[in-house]
Design a protein. Structure first.
Length: 285
């Protein structure tokens, strides 16, 4: 017997915040990922994500609960971004990605140390586990507005500094030599990375959000050339990952964050296969 129309509408309204949060999380992460992948600095995402996770873990140990955990998570992410922003590779004779990997290992160690302290101190780690694995079904209209605000800041930044980011994407040294205020723009970009990773924790999960940033962008660069096209396609793949991942998760009762990431990985595989087939066809012609 089919469901009455009013029940269908009620179910749709009930799940609408989660659906939209999944879609917007994917869109924001995909857009940001186009720059991260384009600059070949993938470690920056996982580094900032684990810093935010460490901040939330230790804040929870001190009794902070619920959405208030986003504040220490954001502060920790900003601290990691600040360290990366002021570190000059020439001073420490270390490549950017190596520096990020060192910072990542430290923040990951802190995060898992904090997780181990919950059982030792006899405290509940329910809120932190929610951040680890994501809980998109618990997203509310408030979470959606926070996502929209963060996305608005990201898109405004891209509109204002699109040409400058293009130059930095090509070469930070040449951009600096041409008179672009690389330090200011780079700092703003790092702040946006911290914001995006922190506000999307609940929908995707701290351990998997890095994949949602890199996978859509990787797939986009397989299929198109140019940052502009890659930005649009990466955002689209992110939306498909977030929106589709929620539907598959609801249908199969599997963890939503994991399903979102696996779907984004399948998109990358599809993009690689499509590019290989296209190249093979072009060579035959």
């Amino acid at each position: 017997m089919p469901f009455p129309l009013n029940e269908i509408i009620s179910i749709f309204i009930l799940w609408l915040p989660a659906l939209l949060c999944g879609a917007f999380s994917g869109c924001i992460c995909g857009t940001l990922g186009a720059y991260i992948v384009g600059m070949r600095i993938p470690f920056i995402g996982i580094c900032v994500a684990h810093a935010a996770l460490a901040g939330a873990v230790f804040a929870s140990l001190f009794g902070i609960e619920g959405q208030l955990l986003m504040i220490p998570a954001l502060l920790a992410a900003l601290a990691a971004s600040f360290i990366l922003g002021i570190t000059n590779p020439r001073w420490i004779r270390m490549d950017d990605n190596v520096m990020m990997s060192v910072l990542f290992s430290g923040t990951m160690g802190l995060a898992f140390l904090g997780l181990g302290l919950f059982s030792i101190l006899g405290k509940s780690d329910g809120d932190v586990r929610s951040l680890l694995w994501g809980s998109i079904a618990l997203c509310t209209w408030k979470d959606l507005w926070i996502l929209l605000g963060t996305g608005g800041l990201l898109f405004l930044f891209i509109l204002l500094f699109y040409k400058e980011m293009q130059a930095i994407l090509f070469s930070r040294e040449l951009a600096l030599a041409s008179g672009i205020r690389v330090g200011m723009i780079w700092s703003g970009f790092l702040i946006l990375i911290s914001l995006v990773f922190t506000v999307t924790f609940q929908s995707v999960g701290g351990l998997m959000i890095y994949s949602l940033v890199t996978n859509p962008a990787t797939a986009a660069f397989q299929l198109v050339k140019g940052t502009g096209k890659a930005l649009l396609l990466s955002a689209f793949f992110g939306i498909i990952s977030g929106f589709g991942g929620f539907f598959i998760s609801a249908w199969t009762n599997l963890p939503c964050g994991a399903v979102i990431v696996l779907l984004s990985s399948l998109i990358v595989i599809f993009a690689i296969c499509w590019r290989m087939l296209s190249n093979k066809k072009a060579r035959k012609e």
